[in-house]
Design a protein around this ligand. Sequence first.
Ligand SMILES: [Zn+2]
Ligand SMILES: [Zn+2]
Length: 174
Amino acid sequence: MERGNIRTCQSCGMPMSTREHFGTEADGSPSKDYCTYCYQNGAFTAPDITLEAMAKIGGGMMSQMYAIPIEKAESFTKEHLACLKRWAGREIPVCESCGMPLARDDDAGSEADGSPSEAYCAYCYRDGAFTEPDLTREQAVVKYAPMMAENLGMPLDKAQEMVGYYLSTLPRWR
Ligand SMILES: [Zn+2]
Ligand SMILES: [Zn+2]
């Protein structure tokens, strides 16, 4: 795996780290945006699926993997999916440190010259520097997992597993 080349499928949210994960365009070239489950030969494999139906499938898997109550898993998945290009109509970047969607201008952090950061959110990055420059991935897991466990009603060890996996897909921690 090369550094920095993980893409998130802009339909289902799956991280795509190897060539096999990517779908195909009509000419056989790899899709830039979509995974092999969602997109084949230049078209969606399930063209009529709704955001709700997709959230049900994804939420069901999350619920099983991480022992999250099904309704919470589905609503969490739906929020996450709603930021993807297929559902939002445009690709919304996420903070490369914490994964928060940078949907609005004030969500973005700031560079030293005051211009908005294109990579990081306002919580993680201000005036051209990380707000917690020495934070390690392990510490970030310890920091974020209890919030996740509380929000999603899941056991802490499962939350740690989920956050650890999620952070490993973000450029800051790879
Ligand atoms: Zn997909
Ligand atoms: Zn952030």
